[in-house]
Design a protein around this ligand. Sequence first.
Ligand SMILES: [Fe+2]
Ligand SMILES: [Fe+2]
Length: 286
Amino acid sequence: MELLFVGDVHGRWDEADTAFVEAGSQRIVVFVGDLADEDASFVRRIATLTCEKVVILGNHDAWRAMRGGSGRGLRASLDLLGDDHLAWRARSLGGGVTLIGARPFSWGGEIGNHAWFYREHFGVNGIAGSADRIMKAVAGAPATDVLIGVAHNGPSGLGEGPDAIYGRDFRPPYEDFGDDDLRLALDRLRTAGRSVPLVVAGHMHDRLKGGSGVRRRTAIDGKTLHVNAAVVPRHRATNGGRESHYVRVVIEGGALLEAEDLWVDASGEVTDRCSLIPGGGADPLR
Ligand SMILES: [Fe+2]
Ligand SMILES: [Fe+2]
């Protein structure tokens, strides 16, 4: 089973991207958010893709609503996506694999300033309430399925420092900026013996602020590979054209077989690929 993940889009989605995913052999396309800045007309372009897809919206997708704006763009975006918004939801893919969505709209770090937003729009109370909602989504998934976590920002517990996979780089302190609710849920899943071979998120962009280097985009935590898909911008210029970034994953028999960065040109040809599995080999986690 092949899955395509799209990191923070930030407005970089064109006709060639649409053609690529509509013609693709993937089981599903998974967007990890920051499509644009609360722009429902842009969200519509993703929501109307005819291939199977899910989205977990990012902090930019509630850019005004989270700062006390009317919330009109946010509500329109949520209406457009409907059940394809994976927040606190499960999407069973068959073949023993279920996607589990974590908390959308994360800014990273403490939830404090935004607790009102989650209460008001989703009836979710803080970190503990969100972790409970993630577990509720899991409860709706087949008990023997392996789970793939999907979030806008990844979990805490994967390292500190500006270049850590979800480390804060925009100003000191350069601490762990991961989400504590997703961490809580993953720990509970581990205790319960559930298999989570992969968690994919974005939000913390690959190029560090101030031009001080690049982020480590993978981490291994027990038997889970974490991938930060946020290569931003996801379009890069080439001689006379552009290439688009995707993360491609292959799961077989409940095991992660491949995870790689993919660069695709405007005609849909793969021009570059690079393994995201440490060591480059298959099946590193079993
Ligand atoms: Fe982003
Ligand atoms: Fe973000």
